[in-house]
Design a protein around this ligand. Structure first.
Ligand code: B12
Length: 369
């Protein structure tokens, strides 16, 4: 009964809040927020049950030409001001003496919609995380530098416009280039609310539909690495033409991936002057396994070979994390050397290996923290 009343009062408050926004009255909007807090609504609910649905409704009204651009700007400015005012309520009380994890979060390049990322940031702060919120449209290279400087345990990327989603893949490459691909990346924004399966095509750990789910998934991932991520889905069968194109390009793919791997000094140093030979032989092996898996449409054998490789390779100075970054470079090589449709079909298999290898890296990190 109490829950029912609470839901009713939230829907009444939402109507009053939208009304305040339609009148462009910050003062009326403040009264609604005050009323919500007085009636026991917590700050997180004000965010997710009042601000967020109102913003979505304003978007719909704007789309239908019933809200002007100026009205939308005013409403967003009010929401952002109120978020700043509510922010102290998202600080854990009493303050935590040690923060277990650090999050660096912001929007991908050109992405101006920053309210969602800011909400996610505040929810993590309330959960006791150390949070660095970078705001809208962050250039990839400086985002990555910041993540390095703050020793991020988790990176959050927000993309609202679907045409900004490719920046997420660029971001993953940049992390990889800095040997930071061990930092998990979570993503969110409208494209992932509408098509959660999009996440499987990107090199990231998980997406979340809202700020509450994001905290929940992140904590589950840290409690049991791998659990927040959907188990890698077996790829679809590769067409024969793809297999042929892959076989024709195999030499260039191996050369490209080997050359890129040799640029990564810290991963190459343990291999001494045999580095090129060891890495090229590893890629040769990877290529054969991929060819076989595609021909037989079977990923079990890849799984077994990964398990074998992860046991054998450390004896040659190759850690599970090194294997992971090499698989990522291999995916890059496939994209560089094959026409787009063949590359996508082959990379389904490579991404499957990357996802599985990521789980292995997490498990090994967990057992040797
Ligand atoms: C305010 C607004 C703007 C403002 C943003 C200002 C600001 N300071 O943020 C401005 C004016 C800049 C703007 C510009 C544009 N906008 Co606009 N905008 C909106 C609006 C009305 C609200 C956005 C918002 O604040 N949402 C509230 C937040 C809380 O919700 P959220 O972002 O979804 O976040 C939640 C989850 O998605 C998730 N999440 C979000 N990020 C992350 C990150 C991680 C890591 C995780 C785990 C989760 C997560 O958790 C969040 C909190 O629970 C939306 C409507 C809508 N449906 O969202 C349109 C909307 C997104 N905009 C739209 C459009 C078209 C544009 C423009 C192209 C318009 C134009 N012609 O210029 C430009 C593009 C600008 C750009 N390059 O990015 C369309 C997009 C349509 C589409 N299908 O692509 C929308 C949907 C409006 C509509 N209905 O048509 N916009």
């Amino acid at each position: 009964m109490k829950d029912e009343q609470h839901t009713t009062s939230l829907s009444v408050l939402r109507i009053s809040y939208l009304d305040a926004m339609q009148r462009g009255s910050g003062r009326a909007a403040d009264q609604v927020v005050q009323q919500a807090l007085d009636s026991g609504t917590v700050a997180g609910e004000v965010y997710l049950d009042i601000f967020q649905p109102t913003a979505y409704e304003i978007g719909r009204l704007w789309q239908n030409n019933q809200f002007s651009v100026a009205q939308e700007h005013l409403a967003t400015a009010i929401i952002e001001r109120q978020m700043g005012e509510l922010h102290p309520l998202f600080r854990p009380q009493p303050p935590r003496s040690n923060c277990p994890h650090t999050l660096v979060i912001g929007c991908v390049p050109n992405e101006q919609h920053r309210v969602g990322a800011r909400m996610v940031a505040d929810f993590f702060e309330a959960d006791g995380w150390e949070v660095h919120y970078l705001g809208a449209a962050v250039p990839i290279s400086s985002f990555v530098e910041m993540a390095k400087e703050f020793q991020a345990d988790l990176i959050g990327l927000s993309a609202q416009m679907v045409y900004h989603v490719p920046h997420i893949s660029e971001f993953a490459h940049e992390l990889n280039r800095h040997s930071l691909n061990n930092i998990p990346v979570m993503v969110g924004g409208m494209p992932f609310v509408q098509q959660p399966e999009l996440v499987n095509t990107l090199n990231v750990r998980f997406s979340a539909a809202d700020a509450r789910q994001a905290v929940d998934r992140a904590n589950r991932m840290f409690a049991a690495p791998g659990s927040a991520v959907a188990p890698p889905r077996p790829p679809e069968a590769a067409p024969l033409a793809t297999l042929e194109a892959f076989q024709q390009a195999r030499r260039q793919i191996i050369q490209y991936a080997t050359a890129r791997s040799l640029e990564r000094d810290n991963e190459v140093a343990p291999l001494g002057n045999r580095a090129e030979q060891i890495i090229a032989a590893g890629f040769e092996f990877t290529t054969r396994m991929l060819e076989t898996a595609m021909a037989l449409q079977n990923t079990t054998l890849l799984e077994e070979q990964l398990a074998w490789g992860n046991q054998r390779q450390p004896h040659d100075g190759v850690t599970p994390a090194h294997l992971l970054s090499r698989f990522m470079l291999y995916a890059e090589a496939v994209s560089a050397m094959l026409p787009t449709d063949h590359a996508a079909a082959v990379n389904q298999y490579v991404h499957w290996m990357i996802a599985r290898q990521q789980e292995i890296v997490d498990q090994s990190r967990n057992s040797n923290p």
